[in-house]
Structures are given as structure tokens and as C-alpha cells.
Ligand binder design. Structure first.
Ligand SMILES: Cc1cc2nc3c(=O)[nH]c(=O)nc-3n(C[C@H](O)[C@H](O)[C@H](O)COP(=O)(O)OP(=O)(O)OC[C@H]3O[C@@H](n4cnc5c(N)ncnc54)[C@H](O)[C@@H]3O)c2cc1C
Length: 397
């Protein structure tokens, strides 16, 4: 047992970083915790599709200072370089941040696979800023043209693409109604390069979601590769598809900090970690960044944060560290009003029950990061709606 406090430096204010900070903050006698984030808020990604289709901004974004206790030092900066010998992280604003243990939980960045025009012309749904831009476009276009776009195209039939495509028909109809636009057909395409949607889910789930999306009138373009985008159209398998509204949800890449700092990675470009989630001596890598079996899910990131914090506490108390055991997350994917597909171990079910479970999972997600009363407040925001379009705002109020 040591008397001196260890300095724990956490880079990344997302699921894994915040969870680690919250757990370690319960032991101020052992740790001085600093969390570095390049943004002032925590992004609750699972509800971003809802924010993008009329939900509240504050539902998907919570100020980090509100979540973290006062004695966790919060630094808003961008980590760039790690000096392993000096145990220092150098930030973009040239601060040298010292650590005894370093925890890296930086999440992923969008990957456009070098497809021409996609980055320039498509919309994204990975931050509140991106979804605001998308929403403004939908409203502006309907207000200016008095009719919907020829095609609304969502690229990527993973969970994010499905959630968004499923919520779009209802949202577009409500905007049209508010703007007095009547009886215009809406065309929504969901494009996927793989031969089936949700390529990583069981086939029965892919089929159930496919039926549900078809019922909502969404056209599925499976096994179709996107080759490029211009201001007016997308090229898919050599054919043009006219659209001014393309959303890219198809690609994520690991955070570039790891390549820039020469970390060892597996063939999926995730950082190789040992049974304690250590990538190197004194450097832990968690969440989406780590090569663990269920990396890429918020539940895994929370699990990792809790695990590493517990081991750091054990070490500070002179106890033996535990060995990492991956926990299979429950996958709940909403697709349209009050419908979700659930894969829970051997159990798979679809429909309203799935949707109710998803609501509870979001409450649990907020509860993981905040006291219950604040989590409940955050959760009830799922019922709220918000529009910056002055016409639609009248209907929301
Ligand atoms: C649209 C969307 C919907 C999703 N829905 C679900 C879902 O329903 N269920 C589920 O389980 N998972 C979902 N996920 C996945 C889940 O959100 C991630 O697995 C989870 O966020 C990973 O947590 P993390 O802590 O590893 O990274 P993140 O939560 O991404 O946090 C990383 C943080 O590090 C910051 N950062 C990055 N680089 C730097 C730097 N150099 N310096 C300082 N800070 C930096 C980032 O700004 C960010 O705040 C979704 C993801 C997306 C994009």
C-alpha cells in the first residue's frame, strides 16, 4: 500500500474514459485523476439518431463538468504525442501532462475509404453538430422546394444506418405536414456493400429488420458499392442515383493517435492489449480502441472502464489484479416507431417488446454515468422534441 497519490491521466471523455474517471474518483485517497477531452461534452451516441429526427439536442450531449465530480481535473485539449520515457502526453496547445498510469479511450473517427465526394457532400450523424446540420438541410430543402428530395439515401446498413433510416419516414412526414406540403411520396434508400444488412448479426435478425424496413417503405440496396458522390447524385455500381441528401454511416477507423504513436495493432487496426487491457507498461487502452472481442459497443467501453478502475484500486491496495473477461453486449436496434430487434445471447426477439427494452437500456446507460435522479431527467428527454426551423418549432411547442 502506497501513501502517495498516483496520477492517472485519462484521454477521452466518452463512455470508457468517463466511466474510469467516475470509478477512480471514489478513491481520492489513492488517485489524482485528470481527464483530457477535445470537446466539453459527453456524447451519448445511441440517441443521436433520435436527435437527428426531431429529438432534443441535450438528450445526446451532456456537459462533462456536470458528470464528473469537482476533484477530477478536466482539461479541454487534444492529445497528440506520448513520450513514454518521460511519461508525458503532449497536447495540441503544447501542454505537457504527466502521468503514472495513462488510460487511452479515444473512440473512432469516420472513415470515408477515400471514396470521391463522400466527405464533401454527405451528412454525418456522429455528433450533435453533424445531426444539426443534417436536420437544418431537411427543413430548408422542404421549405425552399415545397417537395421532398427525389431520394434520401442512407449509406451503411449497420445499427446506425438502420436506426436513422427507420426514423426518417415519420420525421419527414411530420416536417411536410408542418410546412403544409401534402401527398408527396418519400423515397428512402438504404445502401449496403455487404449482401445482407447487419452483417455481424444473426441471419434471423437481418431478415426481421429487413421485413420491418420494407414495411416502412425503405428500399434496400444490398451488395451495392458506392463509388462516388457529387452535389446532385451518388454513383452506385456504376449507376447514378439522384439525391441531395446522402448520409454516410458506413465506416469507422481507429483513432489516428495510435498509428502516430507506433502502437501495436491487430489486422482490424485495433490496439493489441493484454489480459489487463495494458497495451504497454503503464498504458491502458479501452473501449473502441482496444482489440477485445466486443469492442465497438458502448456497453463494452463501460465494462472496460469499470474493469481497469477496479484493477487500479486493487493494485493501490496491494491486491492482485483481476484478469479481463469480455462480456457479450445485448444488441438492441430500433427500426421505426416502437419497434426494435434484440439479440440477447441465445434469445432474439423483435417488435414492441424490443423497443421497450431499448428504452430501459438507455435509462441504464444514463444511470451508468450519472446519479439516478439526473439519469431519469436525461432519460425523459427521449420524449421531448425540438426544432430550430421556426415553422416546425411552433408545432413542437
Ligand atoms: C451513431 C452511433 C450510435 C451508436 N449506438 C450504439 C448503441 O445503441 N449501443 C451501443 O452499445 N453502442 C453504440 N454505439 C457505439 C458506442 O457509442 C461506442 O462503442 C462507444 O462510444 C465507445 O466508447 P469509447 O469511450 O471507446 O469512445 P467514445 O465514446 O467515442 O469517446 C472518445 C472520446 O475521446 C475524444 N477524443 C478523441 N480523440 C481525442 C484526442 N486526441 N484528445 C482528446 N480527446 C479525444 C472524443 O471526442 C470522444 O469524446 C454507437 C456509435 C455511434 C457512432
Amino acid at each position: 500500500m502506497t501513501n502517495q497519490k498516483q496520477h492517472i491521466l485519462i484521454i477521452g471523455g466518452g463512455f470508457a474514459g468517463v466511466k474510469t474517471a467516475l470509478e477512480l474518483a471514489k478513491h481520492p485517497e489513492h488517485f489524482a485523476v485528470t481527464l483530457v477531452s477535445d470537446r466539453p461534452d459527453f456524447r451519448y451516441y445511441p440517441t443521436l439518431y433520435h436527435t437527428a429526427t426531431g429529438g432534443l439536442r441535450s438528450q445526446s450531449s451532456i456537459a462533462l463538468r456536470e458528470i464528473l465530480p469537482e476533484h477530477v481535473q478536466l482539461v479541454e485539449d487534444f492529445a497528440e504525442k506520448i513520450d513514454r520515457e518521460k511519461r508525458v502526453v503532449v497536447t495540441r496547445s503544447k501542454h505537457n501532462l504527466q502521468y503514472d498510469k495513462l488510460i487511452l479511450a479515444l473512440g473512432t473517427v469516420t472513415n470515408y475509404f477515400g471514396i470521391q465526394g463522400i466527405q464533401e457532400f454527405s451528412f454525418g450523424v456522429k455528433s450533435v453538430e453533424e445531426v444539426e446540420r443534417f436536420k437544418q438541410h431537411l427543413h430548408q430543402q422542404l421549405a425552399d422546394d415545397g417537395k421532398p428530395d427525389l431520394n434520401y439515401v442512407v449509406i451503411g446498413a449497420g445499427p446506425t444506418g438502420i436506426e436513422l433510416a427507420g426514423a426518417l419516414p415519420g420525421y419527414l412526414r411530420s416536417i411536410m405536414e408542418n410546412h403544409g406540403i401534402k401527398h408527396k411520396a418519400i423515397h428512402i434508400d438504404l445502401v449496403e456493400a455487404a449482401p445482407r444488412l447487419l452483417p455481424r448479426a444473426p441471419k434471423s435478425t437481418s431478415r426481421a429488420v429487413r421485413r420491418q424496413l420494407s414495411k416502412l417503405g425503405i428500399r434496400l440496396l444490398l451488395g451495392q458499392a458506392v463509388q462516388g458522390e457529387t452535389a446532385d447524385a451518388l454513383t452506385i455500381n456504376g449507376q447514378p442515383l439522384k439525391s441531395h441528401t446522402v448520409v454516410w454511416t458506413a465506416g469507422m477507423a481507429n483513432n489516428p493517435l495510435f498509428t502516430a504513436n507506433n502502437f501495436a495493432m491487430n489486422d482490424r487496426h485495433k490496439v493489441t492489449v493484454d489480459e489487463h487491457l495494458l497495451a504497454e507498461p503503464n498504458i491502458y487502452v479501452l473501449g473502441d480502441n482496444a482489440a477485445t472481442p466486443f469492442s465497438g459497443m458502448a456497453q463494452t467501453a463501460l465494462h472496460d472502464g469499470k474493469f481497469v478502475a477496479e484493477n487500479l484500486v486493487r493494485l493501490s491496495e496491494g491486491k492482485k489484479e483481476k484478469t479481463y473477461s469480455a462480456k457479450q453486449p445485448v444488441s438492441i436496434i430500433p427500426a421505426g416507431p416502437q419497434w426494435a430487434a434484440v439479440d440477447w445471447g441465445r434469445f432474439h426477439f423483435y417488435g414492441r417488446l424490443g423497443w421497450l427494452l431499448r428504452e430501459l437500456a438507455d435509462l441504464e446507460g444514463f444511470r451508468d454515468l450519472q446519479p439516478w435522479w439526473r439519469a431519469a431527467e436525461q432519460w425523459t428527454k427521449e420524449m421531448g422534441h425540438e426544432e430550430s426551423c421556426p415553422i416546425c418549432a411552433e408545432f413542437v411547442a
